[in-house]
Design a protein around this ligand. Structure first.
Ligand SMILES: [Ca+2]
Length: 101
């Protein structure tokens, strides 16, 4: 599995990157199949997230859609490629709830 969850913002949108590697082409992921912490994506960009010269998939999710709370320590992304192969990746998360101490 060649999926790396990169950046996280606990705000309006949470962004997750699927990186293209020598063995995996992120553009072959079917965005309609992707779920992150049970949420469907709200938008995506094809950009070179890690500046290594190939195009990666950057996915955005509404934080309110995420099935996470302040006790969550990790979150999982699942999806399928256009060829039907299942992809999955998990990363640790640290949740800070807004407006609460
Ligand atoms: Ca790249």
């Amino acid at each position: 599995m060649h999926l790396i969850v990169l950046s996280s913002f606990w705000g309006e949108l949470y962004s997750v990157a699927i990186l293209t590697t020598a063995e995996f082409n992120a553009s072959k992921v079917d965005p309609n199949t992707v779920k992150f912490a049970d949420a469907s994506l709200t938008k995506l960009k094809m950009v070179d997230v890690d500046y290594d010269g190939d195009v990666d998939m950057l996915l955005y999710f509404n934080t309110r859609d995420l099935n996470l709370d302040e006790y969550s320590t990790d979150a999982t992304l699942i999806g399928k490629t256009i060829y039907g192969f299942v992809i999955t990746g998990t990363d640790s998360v640290s949740i800070v709830r807004k407006g609460k101490k």
